[in-house]
Design a protein around this ligand. Sequence first.
Ligand SMILES: CC(C)(COP(=O)(O)OP(=O)(O)OC[C@H]1O[C@@H](n2cnc3c(N)ncnc32)[C@H](O)[C@@H]1OP(=O)(O)O)[C@@H](O)C(=O)NCCC(=O)NCCS
Length: 224
Amino acid sequence: MVQRSWSPKVLVGSRVVLRRHAPENVAAFLRWYADPEIARLARYQATPMRPEEIERFFAARVVGPDALAMAVHVRGTDRLIGTCAFSQLDGENGSALYHITIGESDAWGHGYGTEATQLMVDHAFETLGLHRISLNVFEFNERAIRAYRRCGFQIEGRSRESIWRDGRWWDEIAMSILESDWRIRRDGRSAAGEDGAADDQADLPEAVGAGPSDRIRKTIGRWR
Ligand SMILES: CC(C)(COP(=O)(O)OP(=O)(O)OC[C@H]1O[C@@H](n2cnc3c(N)ncnc32)[C@H](O)[C@@H]1OP(=O)(O)O)[C@@H](O)C(=O)NCCC(=O)NCCS
């Protein structure tokens, strides 16, 4: 398995530890992505992925040479509960798309998804030198929206009635966080002596316009 230097070996939080995926994690993916509730929350098609699709996805997007995916383990027990990743890494513009699935539903609502997201966001801005992270989420997925907002993502738009689910139309919400948003929050977190996810959910200042810095170009240049 090829791993690039930009893919960290481990990111440690207070509740979760993110590790590079091991090939045997495919068994967990086969379970998670066969769950109709995961499909309802995270997939454009309402039906779950087929096993061969999951295996292809795992090989290309999770352990493939261009993947930046991390396994989410509970700190202490080391139980594997999910996966999170960046895709569409755009070196020209310093941006990436974020995804997360806590596949074990009994692990929902314990703060794991929020902390995993915060660790990935910190890594993206602090180490990779990214400028912007975006994501898409269905409007009925309140748990996800709350977790993203807690990490500093802001709603920046919505595709009206683009998802048909549970017998009605729903909007798809676009969220993003900029490096400048993150820096302000990080300074706030350090001043408050916080280690993990930030507590306040106040709206953040508008974007500060700045082109990709030399550092971003240099870091992302290594990805290609
Ligand atoms: C979305 C997901 C990553 C969130 O991670 P998590 O560990 O379950 O969530 P957390 O415990 O970190 O945070 C959940 C937040 O939603 C709130 N919440 C928990 N259960 C909720 C529910 N049923 N409805 C609404 N909000 C809920 C929590 O109170 C918390 O908000 P707060 O910090 O403001 O109090 C995870 O649930 C998941 O992967 N779900 C399945 C797949 C999915 O939806 N992926 C995202 C697709 S965009």
